[in-house]
Design a protein around this ligand. Structure first.
Ligand code: GLV
Ligand code: MG
Length: 315
């Protein structure tokens, strides 16, 4: 995988149909942390093959700044996957750092992509293991196998939940995937979110939630973003520019949380290294090694989102 991208923020992951010249041209101007140019479900079957050249052209000739740049290929149960990989990864050059594999069913599908990429990289003169893999879990079989999928390849950088396809795979009685179901007393995806998150974290992956399809419903979107953010997800897809800024805001710690985490780490360091005590009071709470771990995650995530500690807070 590309060393550059593994740890870059992916608070907002913008989906861009690879057949749309207009959307391909607009994507670099938006403030998304990550952009994926899609060859899969947002591209009509008759446009699939011609979209490959458009995507290659966009990767090579547009200025993507620091964004994580990814192309979503078609799933292994179609006739397009190998052609997508060879044509796109083989011609797009080094700026392409990720391929997203949808509807992953088992570890073998990730291994197959890894092996194919190894050959494509050699033939295209790309650095070894340059291209990372982002795997989507969006079928019942994929969810059952998510633990082996997350451990399948060192190229894996993220695991992503695909709520629309997953709702279809489960035969849920809904017509819009990835939104609240008010009649259900709870969060109908809570188990799914948690299972994917655990498998991803156990393998050091970033964990991302998929699309919210009611793109005009910003209140519903905020509510839904909070659900996965509170569980610990790193980011979520954006289908529309308006969703990007909400994601960047909600998936970043606040300045107050960031400063608090720094202060906690400092107090804990003093307690353990200077006073040789493992548990001490910090304000009105007891902190110990577990508190240090929680604070470290906040600091890392805040730094990744570009936060700096407030000067007044530094000692
Ligand atoms: C995304 O691909 C989804 O199916 O939700
Ligand atoms: Mg899908």
């Amino acid at each position: 995988m590309s060393e550059r991208t593994r740890d870059l923020p992916r608070r907002s992951c913008l989906s861009v149909p690879g057949s749309s010249d207009k959307m391909l041209a607009k994507a670099p101007t938006l403030d998304a942390d990550m952009v994926f140019l899609d060859l899969e479900d947002s591209v009509a079957p008759l446009e699939k093959e011609s979209a490959r050249a458009k995507v290659v052209d966009a990767v090579k000739n547009q200025d993507w700044g620091e964004k994580v740049l990814c192309v979503r290929v078609n799933a292994w149960d179609t006739k397009w996957t190998y052609g997508d990989v060879i044509e796109v990864a083989g011609n797009a050059g080094e700026r392409l750092e990720e391929l997203m594999l949808p509807k992953v069913q088992n570890a073998a599908e990730v291994v197959a992509l890894d092996l194919l990429l190894t050959q494509v990289e050699i033939n295209a003169g790309l650095p070894e293991n340059h291209i990372g893999i982002e795997a989507q879990i969006e079928t019942t079989t994929g969810l059952i196998n998510v633990e082996e999928i997350c451990a399948a390849s060192p190229r894996l950088e993220t695991i992503i939940f695909g709520p629309a396809d997953f709702a279809a795979s489960m035969e849920m009685p809904v017509l819009t995937g990835g939104v609240q179901i008010p009649e259900y007393p709870g969060d109908h995806f809570h188990y799914v979110f948690s299972k994917i998150l655990m498998a991803g974290r156990a393998n050091g992956l970033q964990v991302i939630d998929g699309p919210y399809l009611k793109i005009r419903d910003m209140d519903g979107f905020r509510d839904y973003v909070n659900r996965t953010k509170i569980l610990g997800y790193d980011g979520k897809w954006a289908l529309h520019p308006d969703q990007v800024s909400v994601l960047n805001e909600l998936f970043s710690p606040t300045q107050e949380q960031f400063d608090h985490a720094h202060a906690l780490l400092e107090a804990y360091r003093e307690a353990t290294e200077e006073d040789r005590r493992g548990a001490v009071m910090f304000g009105d709470e007891m902190i110990d090694e577990a508190s240090r771990k929680m604070a470290t995650k906040f600091v890392r995530r805040g730094a990744r989102a570009g936060l700096r500690r407030s000067e007044s807070d530094e000692s």
